[in-house]
Write a protein that binds this ligand. Structure first.
Ligand code: ATR
Length: 274
């Protein structure tokens, strides 16, 4: 497919974004369905976020993904958000629609689908969740909807952890949510939703919590084996990085933009090559 005067622009905004596999994945998918479009990375400094939307309007950008650290901060600049994104106050997918800039969150469903695809079941399970940002909120809510029995949240800012717990308790009063992880519990899943580990050096949690967890998941996919996952491997625990979540949240985003079924195999093949 040749780029010409009618090529549409899609992209991802975040800071940093150079690690992202989304440009390769979405551009390959657009080419496969013969949509004349490209998907580009936009590294946006904090103080410029406000100007991004007006620049995108001017350039007639058709849609974009939002990643760390803007999933919550993008909301005031959008015209409308989906009920799911409203509930979470987190947006990872935006479309230039007839109603204006419309935001969605595909992280939670993308995460659940990616783990279910591996044969795991969430109902009745105990989860230790690291983080309380946009991704953590989306995943926590999706897990609550999957009827896990326990979610314990550990976050650098305890205030943000408690805010998320309040939201979960409000929406799912029958489940057990707490901001005090315990070493006397056997967790079925430990899920890292923080950005700690993207540098390939830091681990987001004390080793003791890895010891008491059965399955270790990191939503980071680059590096493919974060220090957390390396520790899990050393301890012979099953583990998974964020590549399959990237695929499934990407499929949902692609379908919002193109209004047709995403070419899953094409997108998967590209990610496997990266
Ligand atoms: P996203 O929208 O992708 O989830 P985010 O909302 O910026 O990104 O959330 C990032 C998460 O990583 C937060 O839980 C953040 O902790 P705080 O809520 O305390 O900010 C966590 N995080 C980022 N850098 C961290 C660090 N150096 N140490 C511990 N936690 C960190």
């Amino acid at each position: 497919m040749l780029i010409n005067g009618n090529t549409q622009i899609y992209g991802i905004i975040g800071h940093p974004v150079s690690h992202s596999f989304s440009p390769a994945m979405h551009t390959a998918a657009f080419q496969f369905i013969k949509k004349n479009a490209v998907y580009l990375p936009f590294d946006i400094p904090d103080e410029k976020l406000k100007e991004v939307i007006s620049s995108f309007s001017l350039l007639n950008v058709q849609g974009f993904n939002v990643t760390v650290p803007y999933k919550e901060r993008i909301i005031p600049y959008l015209d409308i958000i989906s009920p799911e994104a409203e509930k979470l106050q987190s947006v990872n997918t935006v479309i230039n629609s007839c109603e204006g800039w419309k935001g969605y969150s595909t992280d939670g469903l993308g995460f659940v689908r990616s783990i279910k695809e591996k044969g795991a079941v969430f109902k009745g399970k105990k989860v230790l969740l690291l983080g309380a940002g946009g991704s953590a909120k989306a995943i926590a809510l999706a897990l609550a909807e999957e009827k896990v029995s326990v979610i314990h949240i550990k976050n650098r800012s305890t205030e943000k952890a408690y805010k998320l717990i309040e939201l979960l308790r409000l929406l799912h009063p029958e489940q057990n949510f707490s901001g005090s992880p315990s070493l006397s519990i056997k967790y079925d899943f430990l899920i890292n939703c923080t950005s700690v580990g993207m540098d390939g050096k830091s681990c987001p949690v004390e080793e003791e919590f890895i010891d008491i967890s059965a399955f270790i998941i990191d939503i980071i996919y680059n590096p493919s084996k974060t220090p957390l996952l390396k520790l899990a491997e050393t301890k012979r625990k099953p583990f998974l990085n964020g590549l399959s979540m990237l695929l499934y949240q990407g499929i949902l985003a692609f379908e919002i933009w193109s209004k047709q079924e995403a070419p899953i195999e094409v997108m998967k093949k590209i990610l496997d090559k990266m």
